[in-house]
Design a protein around this ligand. Structure first.
Ligand code: ADP
Ligand code: MG
Length: 269
């Protein structure tokens, strides 16, 4: 059954936006956990040298012996780079600051845009039976982010409910178009998710309306509220879904997972 629903292996999603602090890592971690709760087998790939997804999922710096860097640059075997996270059933390939040099080292490699793509399509991936792979991108449109877009089926774009939120989007869309033309014709936009939404704030409402007017159905119906529990969870090294399971943030990420799954027709009737 699960094999029929994903004949070509897992659905790989790059969580990308070149702006920092818009909720990429928060969305990667918590959407991944919410998908696990729905019975999916999920892997997070930390592709940001800051390693925030690794920290937020309980992989401490001392335990990051083999990382995304080793996967990309040294052909490290998947078995050695994939680790259990602090959330039961969720796995992660962690990152360290090493990864920042990969961006430069990659320049001279003729397969520079395809390293992550090739790494995630090793036959060794099959035995894990992943349903979803979520790639947490750095806040930049550099070669690492291009690697994520080349490896991915789709791009999930967190958009902070703030002034100027839409401004950076045209550059992001341009990069997606370039990747389509050169390396990954099938790359789709999974959707735009409004993050840190404050219902009492007119500005949030305004930005949401703007996004829906401009982007239409690309914007998820689910909106992620600004919720202090979401921002506290990483310091306990767990997703908000286990830190405060009934919080507004946890509830919103569960709704996002369900919306995504129903978009993919993966929910059982
Ligand atoms: P990015 O990965 O895009 O740089 P983060 O996911 O790290 O962004 O989020 C930036 C900051 O905002 C973090 O401190 C995070 O805890 C906080 N944050 C993200 N989403 C929410 C939310 N829904 N409510 C409250 N704080 C949030
Ligand atoms: Mg981040």
């Amino acid at each position: 059954m699960s094999d029929l629903s994903r004949p070509e292996g897992p659905r790989i999603m790059a969580v990308a936006n070149q702006k920092g602090g818009v909720g990429k890592t928060t969305t990667a971690i918590n959407l991944a956990a919410a998908l696990v709760e729905q019975g999916m087998r999920v892997l997070v790939v930390d592709l940001d040298p800051q390693g925030n997804a690794s920290t937020g999922l309980g992989v401490e710096a001392v335990d990051r012996e083999l990382t995304t860097y080793d996967l990309l640059m040294d052909d490290a075997p998947l078995d050695d780079v994939i680790q259990k996270s602090s959330f039961d059933g969720l796995y992660i390939i962690p990152a360290t600051v090493d990864l920042s040099s990969a961006d430069i080292e990659l320049m001279s490699n003729e397969k520079r845009s395809f390293l992550l793509h090739d790494a995630l399509r090793q036959t060794a991936m099959d035995k894990f039976g992943w349903d979803y792979v979520l790639i947490d991108c750095p806040p930049s449109l550099n070669l690492l982010t291009v690697n994520a877009m080349v490896a991915a089926h789709s791009v999930l774009v967190p958009l902070q409910s703030e002034f100027f939120a839409l401004e950076g989007l045209s550059q992001l869309m341009l990069t997606i178009r370039e990747v389509r033309q050169t390396a990954n014709a099938g790359l789709r936009i999974e959707g735009v998710i409004m993050t840190m939404f404050d219902r009492r704030n007119n500005l949030s409402q305004h930005v949401e309306k703007d996004a829906r007017d401009n982007l239409g159905d690309l914007v998820f119906k689910t909106v992620i509220p600004r919720n202090v529990r979401v921002s506290e969870a990483p310091s306990y090294a767990v997703p908000v879904l286990s830190y405060d399971t009934n919080s507004q943030g946890a509830t919103a990420y569960r709704a996002l997972a369900k919306e995504l799954l129903s978009n993919h027709n993966k929910l059982a009737a």
